[in-house]
Write a protein that binds this ligand. Structure first.
Ligand code: PTT
Ligand code: SF4
Length: 602
């Protein structure tokens, strides 16, 4: 099939064995790429193992749209069995490495085993070698990136971990280009457990497409369409921060460890304040709507800001100064820690301190304490050690009912949307296939603009539609979804791109079916790896059901557990899962996953 490099590159860090294998056409047809390839590989090869053992595999996976000259194509999925959640984990990173990997002749890079000493992997087209990384080990991601760029060229694709990943912090990410982060559920720790500091990729070939001329014409039209969109100008001014003010107005800003939905200092730090502080812009390759806003941080250094980072390292820990938040954000990037889990862990500790559950004093909005905590978390020392496995484990350690306000689902911390008054978004967090991420179904904007407080079946249907497009299509195709989400770039373009690339015409129905296959396989993976996995894992924390908001226009609002339960039952029914949320034999068989149903159902 055209549009694929056609091979995966497999590197065993224990034995040094390097192999290049053809990707079967059936895999391309059934799973498309990206997340689809990753979960299939994990299902087939990574079973009942400790995620931080050498038996785990770290997968860098692209799709047919990756690396093409079209909007948002510089993206790549990073997946593994997650050391944070114990289930399927992935993230999506914008990086030159995605383009280089495909140009080097591979769609997927699979890393297995464990190197005896710290090393990095150098892939230059067909040449693959291990390079000693003793002098890079311990360096932060910015320092290591500089060294590797000097050695291998500024435009090489570099994927790197910081000390957080080296020290096996369970929510450490893989970083690239000083500001792109991917793999929230601990993909950095998996890389660290393999003694692998970085992967450097340089590819010089081209991707064999079905119709390059048509692709060129469509892509040009696509870039022009994006620039002509009404919302483009505002997007370029504020990027993802455009939702900050909206979240506060609608009581969904994560505030004081998700206790509240409004922050009294929000006006001091919203998208308009960002506009004034903005000095530069950064982003992924192949993008003409770059969203990384650079400002000078509190130590006068360049730092990038996104909404999630500001929400979680700002109101969620009671901090109101953007330059201070930017400094914490830069520290997270240097250490290679996920900002969402980090902000949640710091918020959790601040609340534990306020309640007298830990002896240390860490007050809300204490900037110095937050900096110290990041270092402790990155090293896995002191108070940082308590949360370096995430809030689920921390609450199990300190007990005393703290699980009620440990803000995670399935062990992955909730992204920056408070859902006391957003049942659809709460269900989205509850049913996201990696734990509480917003990436699969950001249904909140639609929900707030329609029938916000309803717990209707229509809402569940909408949520599944989003999961099919965002978690199914965009993660497997693999491209950035923001042109479609943020500036309403025509979704009709994507089947056109796919046809020009692969020669296959696929309808949205076909693409949804691929997405459903991926979702069901991920769900089966959770069940196989965690036998007790089931319905109780699909609920957001008790806080949202038990403690109403005490401030703002939504004062008194909280989620209704019975109604949430009903929505969850509809969700299972619509997905073809049983009452415990496990895919039925009929559903799996219908998706061509007979072997899977034999294994989890019998
Ligand atoms: C994503 C998550 C997000 S989602 C943000 S901000 W966002 C946080 N960014 C972090 C960061 O920065 N530094 C850090 N140390 N940790 C961070 N953790 C958080 O990670 C990201 C963009 C964004 S910015 C979003 S919404 C979109 N996400 C996409 C996606 O998931 N799929 C897809 N096909 N397209 C997407 N486009 C957008 O990409 P994870 P990136 Mg990301 C500094 O990684 O694990 O998926 O978590 O990759 O290159 O940084 O782009 O308001
Ligand atoms: Fe990357 Fe942002 Fe552009 Fe998407 S919109 S490709 S995340 S820079």
């Amino acid at each position: 099939m055209k549009g694929y490099a056609g091979k995966w590159l497999r590197v065993d860090l224990s034995t040094g064995k390097i192999s290049k294998e053809e990707i079967p056409d059936s895999m391309k047809r059934d799973f498309l790429g990206g997340r689809g390839f990753a979960v299939k590989l994990l299902w087939d090869e990574v079973k009942h193992i400790d995620p931080l053992s050498e038996k785990n595999k770290l997968i860098f996976s692209t799709g047919p749209l990756t690396g093409q000259a079209l909007p948002g194509s510089g993206k790549m999925v990073i997946a593994s069995k997650s050391p944070l959640t114990g289930g399927y984990g992935d993230g999506n990173i914008g990086t030159m490495a995605s383009i280089h990997l495909r140009k080097a002749g591979y769609d997927v890079l699979v890393l297995e085993g464990k190197s005896e000493k710290p090393c990095y992997l150098l892939v230059e087209d067909e040449n693959v070698k291990f390079v000693d990384a003793s002098e890079l080990w311990g360096k932060n991601t910015f320092e290591a990136q500089d060294i590797l760029e000097k050695r291998h060229g500024r435009n090489s694709g570099i994927l790197i971990i910081g000390p957080g990943g080296e020290n096996l912090v369970r929510f450490s990410t893989v970083m690239s280009q000083k500001g792109r982060a991917g793999g929230r559920p601990g993909m950095g720790a998996v890389m660290g457990s393999k003694n692998l500091k970085a992967v450097v990729i340089k590819g010089t070939g081209s991707i064999p497409n079905f119709d390059d001329e048509k692709l060129k014409e469509f892509a040009k039209k696509g870039y022009e369409e994006i620039k002509g969109k009404e919302s483009y100008e505002f997007w370029m001014r504020q990027g993802t921060m455009q939702v900050f003010e909206w979240c506060n107005e609608n009581s969904c800003l994560p505030t004081y460890n998700f206790k509240e939905g409004v922050f009294e200092f929000s006006k001091e730090m919203d998208g308009y304040v960002l506009e004034k502080l903005h000095i530069d812009r950064k982003g992924c390759p192949m993008c003409n709507m770059q969203c990384g806003h650079i400002i000078k941080d509190a130590s006068d250094q360049r730092a990038e800001l996104d909404y999630e980072n500001v929400g979680m390292l700002g109101p969620n820990i009671g901090l109101r100064s953007l330059p201070q938040i930017a400094l914490l954000n830069r520290m997270a990037d240097e250490w290679g820690l996920d900002t969402i889990s980090l902000g949640s862990c710091i918020g959790f500790l601040m609340e534990a301190s306020e309640r007298g559950l830990i002896p240390e004093k860490v007050g809300w909005g204490d900037f110095e304490a937050a900096q110290r905590l990041i270092i402790d978390i990155g090293k896995g020392e002191g108070l940082g050690k308590l949360v370096s496995h995430g809030t689920r484990t921390a609450s199990e350690t300190i007990g005393k009912g703290s699980h009620r306000w440990a803000m995670h689902v399935k062990g992955l911390e909730i992204s920056a949307y408070n859902c006391h008054g957003c049942p659809g978004m709460a269900l989205s967090f509850g049913t996201s296939p990696i734990g509480a991420s917003h990436k699969d179904a950001w249904v909140i904007a639609w929900e707030i603009s329609t029938d916000r407080f309803s717990y209707s079946k229509e809402k569940v249907e909408k949520l599944i539609e989003f999961q099919r497009i965002r978690g199914g299509f965009f993660e497997s195709a693999t491209v950035c979804r923001l042109p479609w989400v943020e500036v309403s770039f025509g979704i009709h373009w994507y089947p056109e791109y796919l046809e020009a690339i692969t020669g296959n015409r696929m309808s949205w129905e076909d693409l949804y079916k691929i997405g459903d296959r991926i979702y069901n396989l991920i769900r089966a993976y959770w069940k196989r790896e965690i036998p007790q996995f089931g319905r109780t894992w699909d609920y957001p924390p008790d806080r949202w059901f038990e403690e109403p908001l005490s401030q703002g226009k939504m004062k008194g609002v909280k989620l209704d557990r019975e109604k949430y339960d009903q929505m969850l039952s509809w969700y299972y029914e619509l997905r073809g899962w049983d009452k415990n949320g496990i895919p039925t034999k009929e559903t799996l068989d219908d998706l061509g996953l007979k072997e899977v149903s034999k294994e989890i159902i019998g």
